[in-house]
Write a protein that binds this ligand. Structure first.
Ligand code: GLC
Length: 544
């Protein structure tokens, strides 16, 4: 029973990075037909939707986030017919399909940009952001790209500079142009007509910029958060990010998406404002009429202590407006791998947390088997973030390596030999792969599947409320409840034995694999349990 909640609140979303999921034609790069061949994995695992990172025609300067045609499929990944077959087969298995929508920029090879750059009075000139350089040739603002260097590049043809918040190959679209707006809304309609169930909106908070083009102030406390700091972090990004005008735009986007037909679709917004929960939450919209699920990235750099987690979840819960629904993430194609960031035991515990908090979780492909970060040799590094930013450690290749499906030479990912894959496989793929873990009841894969099954079975887990519980020692505990259905989650965040919270009744699941009730939680053990059934049993105290 799921009550009246929509699928995107009760469900779990699985991110497929198409380049690394399954290669069906032996070129060493994954493709849509490959994703289709692996749909049974997702159905077996028990997720509800897949989100496909970009597969659109693209020079691949930013691995697909530089889109040269918003309404096509790059031959590298297949064609529209392959996409349609994938959607049909996913729907036949009850899996929804979410596609990436990249509204902030296109590729410099998009015909729109090629037309825009032709002359100062080209009909599509205002589809991009053009400004004169300063008299000394300097860029019109001090805005920087996180990939390194200024966010402006001079175009010799007209002597003006164009804005690119990311690579020079990714010119920013000008959302203040009504014609551009209309054209981009049509791209949403194009994919909705092909049956997609929603959109993940790339850098959703970047789309509109200060119309007065003011300089950003310096950052008094530069920090890269959980990533190494770079020159980009020396500024406060107040004038080219999170502009208030974005909210009116997302009300329009929402109306286009909700108004298309009767299908219940979702928008997921990539919004990196981890230190400004109020500004992040503003993307729900005052009348919950903007982005359905603004993604919160705070778990990526949370303090993994009982108090740190309790405070973090409380802050997110307090920020989400009434009727809104949180969404959490522990990994994606821009991050280091979960299993390496936290270590294997801690990653298991983190998976329990991700799949039991109130909200829609997004699982990143490969994290369900604990693929580690790969130390990609210099000669095989591909990501411009590492190659061009001046900070090699910012390179994202290490978390984008191919899925490992079995113990064969190329791990079942491809028929191409290992050194012909676009990125190397992780070194332990003979052991850490889907087939091996399917056969191992103690594996992370089987744990993830059991968690997903429990989540589906219990309204408390997929639809219920959240309440922190008092717990002694290094334990973070909370209750999820929907009517009569209640599930207690208790996580030991330490390598030492800790007391089992009094609120724990009979065990539904333990990361240690045993369902016998004990007085203690083992090292890094997490449990799901019923509340004590004994009448007059221990009261469920609110956590601090
Ligand atoms: C988003 C994507 C990232 C990409 C960037 C620019 O952050 O997740 O991979 O590089 O946008 O499009």
């Amino acid at each position: 029973m799921t009550g009246a909640r929509p699928w995107w609140q009760t469900g779990v979303i699985y991110q497929v990075y198409p380049r690394s999921f399954q290669d069906s034609d032996g070129d060493g790069v994954g493709d849509l037909q490959g994703v289709r061949q692996r749909l049974d994995h997702l159905a077996w695992l028990g997720v509800d939707a897949l989100w496909l990172s970009p597969f659109y025609p693209s020079p691949q300067a930013d691995f697909g986030y530089d889109v040269a045609d918003f309404c096509g499929v790059d031959p590298l990944f297949g064609d529209l017919a392959a996409f349609d077959r994938l959607v049909a087969d996913a729907h036949a298995r009850g899996l929804r399909v979410i596609v990436d929508w990249v509204p902030n920029h296109s590729s410099d090879r998009h015909p729109w940009f090629e037309q825009s750059r032709r002359s100062r009075d080209a009909p599509k000139r205002d589809w991009y952001v053009w400004r004169d350089p300063a008299p000394d040739g300097a860029p019109p603002t001090n805005w920087q790209s996180p990939f390194g260097g200024p966010a402006w590049t001079l175009d010799e043809t007209t002597g003006q500079m164009y804005l690119h918040s990311f690579l020079a190959e990714q010119p920013d679209l000008n959302w203040r142009s009504p014609a551009l707006r209309a054209a981009m809304f049509d791209t949403l309609r194009f994919w909705m007509a092909r049956g997609v169930d929603g959109f993940r909106i790339d850098v959703a908070h970047h789309v509109l910029k200060d119309p007065a083009f003011r300089d950003n102030p310096p950052n008094p406390a530069p920090s890269g958060g959980h990533k190494p700091a770079s020159a980009y972090d020396a500024q406060l990004h107040v004038h080219e990010k999170d502009h208030p005008d974005a909210h009116a735009l997302y009300r329009e986007v929402r109306a286009v998406v909700d108004g298309f037909d009767d299908r219940e679709r979702v928008t997921l917004g990539e919004i990196h404002l981890p230190d400004a929960l109020d500004r992040w939450a503003a993307y729900f919209g005052e009348a919950l009429d903007e982005i359905h699920l603004p993604i919160h990235f705070g778990l990526l750099d949370v303090d993994w202590t009982p108090d740190g987690l309790r405070r973090h979840v409380a802050a997110v819960e307090a920020a989400v407006p009434p009727g809104g629904w949180p969404t959490y993430v522990l990994g994606n194609h821009d991050e280091r791998r979960l299993a390496t960031r936290l270590g294997a035991a801690h990653a298991r515990l983190a998976t329990v947390l991700l799949l039991t908090l109130r909200g829609t979780p997004t699982l990143y492909n490969g994290d369900e088997i604990g693929i580690p970060d790969v130390d990609v040799p210099d000669a095989r590094r591909r990501d411009p973030m590492g190659l061009r930013s001046g900070v090699p450690a910012l390179g994202r290749d290490s978390g984008r390596t191919p899925m490992a499906w079995d113990g064969s030479a190329s791990a079942g990912f491809s028929t191409a030999p290992p050194d012909a894959l676009w990125l190397p496989l992780h070194p332990d793929h003979a052991r850490v792969n889907v087939e091996a873990q399917r056969n191992d009841p103690a594996s992370l894969l089987r744990l993830t599947r059991r968690l997903l099954a429990l989540r589906r079975r219990h309204p408390a887990l997929h639809a219920g409320s959240y309440r922190a519980l008092a717990a002694a020692g290094e334990v973070f505990a909370f209750e999820r409840r929907q009517g009569e259905d209640a599930v207690i989650v208790a996580l030991n965040l330490s390598g030492a034995t800790q007391p089992l919270p009094r609120a724990v009744g009979s065990l539904l699941l333990s990361t240690a694999g045993t369902s016998e009730r004990r007085a203690h939680l083992g090292a890094w053990e997490g449990v799901l349990a019923s509340p004590p059934s004994r009448p007059g049993g221990p009261p469920l105290a609110d956590g601090p």
